[in-house]
Design a protein. Sequence first.
Length: 293
Amino acid sequence: MSAGEGSAAKSYTRARRQAIVTGLVGLIGMSIGTLIVTGLMGGFSLASLVPQPEVLIWAAVVVLLLPYVGKSDARLALAAVAAALLIAAATAVVQIGGPAGGVVLFIVAGWKALTLCCAAVLGSIAGVIHVRRPAKEVLVPAAGRQGVADSTATGGGTDPADDGGRRRREQRVAPAILFCLVVGVALFFALPVGWFGVYFSIWDVAEPPTTEEVARYEWTAGLAIAALALAMALAIVRRRRGLIITSAVVLVCTIIAAFVFQVPEGRFIPDPAPVVHDDHPVCYGTTGDCPGG
């Protein structure tokens, strides 16, 4: 095998590993997120862990086809997200029955694209982290270890054992960040779903939210912000710029969503001060034109 063929085979193997991790993490993240949202809405069931058809199609496309898009791990990550958008739109058209669905098609396609795109982003981040992590330390013979120890003692180098331990600790932080992102994003999607369940009404005015619905909103918003803040803190410790930016953006979007989909409505907006007309004399007229009412 020539050097060029060996390099091409190594690049394909690397892309294949990234594609598998991307598809697997996206699939698992979507299932866990769906379980969290349905559980908060009172429909907790292990059946929620069964992936939707569009998620399975996306994972299959990522694992089987995307390793051929090129050598760049960033290009594969972008292709995975683009594939999520296309598959979400296609499956929405099939589900609704064609482009004649109008507003319903737009809503279904938008929701599928949003949720599947979030899963694809999480999977893509995991795939990039996986292929970019440092290689495992090569075992050093006993004589070599003694030399390294002497060099370390005299200030001439670092201990590979300490280096390996630090790298292992750093590598354990990445799954924790991804898990916090999965939980935070799932709770983020639960905010509009919960608001819709409280206030959606076709013919009658919606009833005021119950104590349980208010408590569910408070727990959902609070846990979402806490999970995403923890993800950002761990990303800062990990010094991963991409994870820091991702967690910060999602955290800001969640805070905005918590304000927009607040339960009860207007809880964060202070009531206007009552208007007092002290500068008008008392009026007992019956014509309705008294100043100040």
